[in-house]
Design a protein around this ligand. Sequence first.
Ligand SMILES: C[S@@+](CC[C@H](N)C(=O)[O-])C[C@H]1O[C@@H](n2cnc3c(N)ncnc32)[C@H](O)[C@@H]1O
Length: 413
Amino acid sequence: MAGHQGRRMMDKVRAQYERWIYPRPVEDLEAWVAGGGFSIGDARDFGDVFWPATGYREGMNILVAGCGANQAARYALQHPTARVTGIDLSEASLAHEEKLKAKHGLDNLTLRRMRLEEISGLGETFDFIASSGVLHHLPDPLAGLTALGGALDIDGVIFIMLYGRYGRAPVYMMQELFRILGATDQSDEDLALVKATLPLLPEKHPLRTYAARSSDMKFDAGLVDLFLHKQDRPYSVGEVLELTEDAGLVFQAWLEPMYYNPDSSVPENHPLYHRLDELPDAERWRAVELLGGLHSRHDFCVCRADRPPHSYRIDFGDPGFPDRAVPLLRGSALAPAAAGKPAVLSGPRIPPLTLPPALAAMFRTIDEARTISECLAAIDLSIPPEELHRHGLRFFRSLWRTGHVAFRLKDPP
Ligand SMILES: C[S@@+](CC[C@H](N)C(=O)[O-])C[C@H]1O[C@@H](n2cnc3c(N)ncnc32)[C@H](O)[C@@H]1O
């Protein structure tokens, strides 16, 4: 969007987040954490995904770009050795972040009111940048992501959340409805109209499936954010990849890979599985997004094009990969198998996988020290070594594609 128009749009977006602070302000972050509060993309939780060569490191310089009411303070609390900078357009959101900073004594947190497009003005680079739910509200998301990329350290990672095009289709139907009705001011009256309209939707209206999964339906600023936003564009998988490339960055990984790969949703003996499996990565991800249909957000990470690929690229096509990739569990464990029944592998926020005995035996070789090759050498399945290698690689690839494992990458020889 061009200069003058873009600035006017940014003023409107800012005005929304001054009045309708997002997300719902948390009053006590420690209580929130103790109550199981979780937000995807945290640098420690996903450290093995973001930095396969080293894992999470203490003392990082972290930027939370478009921090809203809580996110920068949460980072500062949960990463006490990190230096955290939170930036946002909204004074009201920053005021709440300041309140949390004082309440929890977060000396490692700096807050600034600024546009993320102007981040180069700080003259700093960051090891980690989190920007969730922000770029899709910018007049020019590419300019925003390019600016963030310019502030990234060579081994740095940007975690991004963007709205998903297909899963959010019902939200855009409703946005259009409210525009037709003239509810374009984000006023109390407009919000009242939204609240009065939603219960009238027919039982099978597509929004109902969406609404059942959305926490934004439960508070006023969330309803404004969903249905009365002035500037909100969704992305398909193809558009995520294009945005990343156009910003001069490299797509690194999906944080919930099970939504982009068939391994937990299509049985391996189904003809569709093989069609999908033969596709190049980007095409397979696009196809599985269409097949799933309901995914309303993309959580992913990107990095600099000059970051050394051997330090982060997970490449099952590289013959040397099994010798330098150490499988790490991401909270998954095998449930004890009942006699004669296949074992079930479960993990937090991941669909369970059913494992026949041979695969359960392979899973048990994971000790977070052995490489894939060493895991396979440690089991005795009385099948020819080439066959074991082939099945084993497929198995570890499917554990990775379903989010059950990450890999620690050793240096290449
Ligand atoms: C939907 S909220 C997300 C808040 C937070 N990232 C989270 O996930 O909880 C979007 C935030 O981005 C901020 N924002 C929008 N455009 C921005 C820009 N150009 N630069 C910095 N912040 C911006 C808004 O003020 C708002 O607080």
